[in-house]
Design a protein around this ligand. Structure first.
Ligand code: OAD
Length: 236
């Protein structure tokens, strides 16, 4: 049996691609009130404001591209699979830079910016254009229900059963570019420890959860992630 690695990524892996993180000094949540733009209540109060926020995110993503950290994880997935191992790549990010970097089977637990959902019937469809309050839902015909397929605060993250199963099967848990402040993802490291799995944090600087990890590597993701992937593939 080859090595089975569970990787959790956060906004820090996409930061050098030009997408903002959430909680740093100039982060997105210092510029916007998350209760207004990232909750179902905020959407009910002012859907136009919420759509404008995610339209700006879509416009930023259209200008961004994958960086060497995304590409290195795609290489890790291919090379582990070739040796009978597995990479389970779970991301809190709603961008598609892992996929653009050659990744596949990415589990987007907080949803996808490039997908639109009908807030009424739940239908989803791929969409990179600006969200509008006027386009009717292709499935149910409702108007004014178009929202990004993104998990808001107060909503349940996606694919949690699959994630729990993958954690149970992993030999190594690695968190990359996440502050460790949003649950349930922030709890994966303690879950991994209880399962007896080795844990590693890769981040620009120690996160809130740093002490929970067996191993820590600090520096920009574009440098630290490719170096770590080289090591795993050399030693593994
Ligand atoms: P945060 O903005 O909370 O944390 C980003 C982390 O990345 C920080 O620990 C930074 O130190 C680190 N970082 C920044 N630049 C880096 C770089 N170049 N290389 C490596 N690390 C770097 O983002 P998340 O932890 O992803 O949820 O936030 C979790 C969730 O909170 C998001 O998915 C989003 C947000 O609210 C929803 O919208 C539901």
């Amino acid at each position: 049996m080859g090595l089975n690695i569970f990787v959790l990524t956060g906004a820090g892996i996409s930061s050098e691609s030009g997408l903002g993180t959430f909680r740093d000094a100039s982060g997105i949540w210092t510029q916007y009130d998350l209760s207004e733009v990232a909750t179902p209540e905020g959407f009910a109060r002012d859907p136009a404001k919420v759509r404008a926020f995610y339209n700006a995110r879509r416009a930023n993503l259209a200008k961004a591209g994958p960086n060497p950290a995304h590409v290195a994880l795609a290489r890790l997935r291919r090379d582990l699979a070739a040796r009978g191992g597995r990479l389970f790549l779970c991301t809190q990010n709603v961008d598609d830079l892992h996929e653009q970097g050659g990744g596949a089977d990415v589990v987007h637990m907080h949803g996808e910016l490039t997908v639109t959902r009908c807030h009424g019937c739940g239908a989803t469809w791929p969409d990179r254009e600006a969200l509008s309050g006027e386009t009717p839902c292709a499935a149910c015909g409702a108007v004014g229900t178009a929202r990004p397929h993104v998990v808001w605060f107060g909503e349940t993250p996606l694919r949690m059963d699959e994630i729990e199963e993958a954690l149970e099967e992993a030999d190594l848990f690695v968190a990359i570019g996440t502050s460790g402040s949003v649950y349930p993802a922030a709890g994966f490291v303690s879950r991994a420890r209880r399962l007896g799995i080795r844990t590693c944090e890769i981040n620009l600087a120690p996160s809130d959860n740093a002490r929970a990890f067996d191993e820590r590597r600090y520096g920009p993701a574009t440098e630290v992630v490719p170096a770590w992937v080289d090591e795993v593939l050399r030693d593994g």
